[in-house]
Design a protein around this ligand. Sequence first.
Ligand code: FMN
Length: 212
Amino acid sequence: MRFVLNLALISGESIIRLLALRLPSVQRAKHKKKHYMKSILAIGASTSKNSINRRLANFAANQVPNGQVTLLDLNDFNMPLFSVDLEVELGSPKSAQLFKEHIKSADAIVISFAEHNGSYSSAFKNIIDWASRIEGKLWEGKTLFLMATSPGGRGGQTVLTSATNGYPHMGGNVSAEFSLPSFNANFIDERIVDGDLKNEFNKQLGAFVASI
Ligand SMILES: Cc1cc2nc3c(=O)[nH]c(=O)nc-3n(C[C@H](O)[C@H](O)[C@H](O)COP(=O)(O)O)c2cc1C
């Protein structure tokens, strides 16, 4: 600052030269931001081997420009059924800590929920219960794109609404949500084929990308 003031005392012309010198570096910074890779965590909230929600989460995450996708398989996060007594006895399972680390290291997160009896799959809920006991809010302020799909006509809307309402209270910045009904008719060759659903998906994807 003192350096700049001294220059101002020398002459106005020097200041103009100084500003001109700074311009290229401002342009360089913009250029850098454009190519910055974003780490996107994709979660299919199901343990099904051929989970349709994992496929949808993977599809959505891979649409993010400059995204580097990590797709989780919940089968890699084995842990006992949560209980406060077990927690006192064992502490936090390694798998729950690893799940939390994935959240922490992501720039943004895409989740597609399997709906079981109107709610989360047991395995996902169990992981969430364990991970939510680790320090800090579960979603760590991360930008979330929440989705659900099912073979039925409601597309997991009940579990999606529950997560959309609940996750802001758990440190999630829910920037977009999308439900894909009748998965088998609407998702063919790993893409959404219905025009209206595709438009709605792209609108939500745009909102997600804009807030990362
Ligand atoms: C125990 C159980 C409960 C289910 N309950 C619902 C439900 O409430 N709503 C729904 O749309 N589909 C329900 N389904 C069907 C799932 O949507 C379907 O199995 C779907 O493939 C789950 O997603 P996934 O392939 O990602 O696991 C249920 C399936 C199971 C096994």
